[in-house]
Design a protein around this ligand. Structure first.
Ligand code: FVH
Length: 299
């Protein structure tokens, strides 16, 4: 991903709006890869270290947008885009929006940019700032929207993190991003419950940690099994742990939480869904795995 600054002449120049934690990391990666870079940030002082590394610093967002055709936006949220770009001329620009937002927000922002004469690509960053520019850390960004924009700027976009195009619907990058992050928060919830169970006992959390990590890694295989079941429309193939067996075990989890003085509030919504699925048709659903919960969530 990183290349010598000597390559600068052949590299696409670009503008980056927003120098928070993520914007600063992105800027560093583009500079390291030799891209001429113009930056703007509401709090101007944050641009100082990047200026010292060769970035041009614009006095305002409109000036920064005017500097280059490719304009990457990494501000806090959609409202900050509205505010920052209110006076900018987007005619003929290629706007890449990297804020974390909803699919609906992305689609609306795509329509907004298109109406102002720009091509639009939305991005969902699957990385935290220290991973940016470090390929071995596995950073990548989901992109959706204008395929022409993506193909034209693919190499530039891939300098900080691998670039993965997921469709012409501008909302799809956000959809993929939020889907993955939602699963992550479910995992965080389970981990918090596990640590709460052992807290106060003579169990060192540092000894539980590797056990938790390896168990969660082993259980990650269930993701592919769920996908296969959803694709097949049959949730009973190759089931090792039936819904009936797992629902029978629910009281054990609830009683253990009670014995340990731990609130089960992170687990009970999921257990309730498991029970509802089983109750709807015990004979049929009892032989399934947990995939049926997906159907209940869709309503
Ligand atoms: N950091 C992370 O771990 C995650 C990783 C995944 C992607 N997210 C999203 O990336 C967007 C930017 O995140 P960030 O980490 O850079 O966020 P901050 O460090 O808080 O910086 C926010 C920047 O936005 C500027 N800003 C805020 N409001 C306005 C406004 N009304 N007008 C103009 N600029 C605004 C702020 O400027 P300043 O406070 O320095 O003046 C920062 O440049 C975000 O969508 C994450 O969800 C990050």
């Amino acid at each position: 991903m990183t290349q010598n600054a000597a390559d600068t002449v052949s590299k696409t120049p670009l503008t980056l709006l927003g120098l928070g934690a993520m914007g600063t990391a992105l800027a560093g990666a583009w500079l390291a890869a030799g891209h001429p870079l113009t930056v703007w940030n509401r709090t101007a002082a944050k641009a100082g270290p990047l200026a010292a590394r060769g970035a041009a610093v614009a006095a305002g967002a409109a000036e920064a947008v005017a500097a280059n055709r490719l304009v990457v936006v990494c501000l806090l949220d959609d409202a900050s885009i509205e505010e920052a770009l209110a006076g900018a001329d987007l005619t003929g620009k290629d706007v890449v929006n990297l804020i974390t937002g909803t699919p609906g927000t992305a689609r609306a922002r795509a329509a907004w940019a298109t109406a102002r004469g720009a091509r639009y690509l939305d991005g969902g960053i699957m990385a935290v700032p220290p991973m940016i520019g470090i390929p071995q850390a596995g950073p990548y960004v989901f992109y959706s929207g204008s395929r022409d924009l993506f193909e034209e700027h693919r190499a530039t976009l891939a300098a900080p993190a691998d670039a993965r195009y997921v469709g012409a619907d501008a909302g799809f990058a956000a959809l993929h991003d939020v889907a993955l992050l939602s699963a992550m928060y479910g995992m965080f919830g389970g981990v918090a419950h596990a640590f709460a169970l052992v807290r106060g006992e003579s169990v060192d959390p540092r000894e539980l940690a590797p056990l938790l990590s390896s168990w969660l890694t082993a259980m990650a295989g269930s993701v592919a099994a769920t996908a296969e079941h959803l694709a097949a429309g049959d949730y009973t193939g190759g089931v090792a742990s039936s819904l009936a067996m797992q629902v029978a075990g629910v009281p054990t989890f609830l009683r253990t939480a009670e014995e340990q003085g731990v609130s089960a509030e992170l687990l009970t919504p999921y257990f309730d869904l498991m029970r509802r699925r089983l109750a709807a048709d015990p004979a049929r659903h009892g032989a399934e795995d947990l995939t049926g919960v997906v159907d209940l969530l869709r309503g």
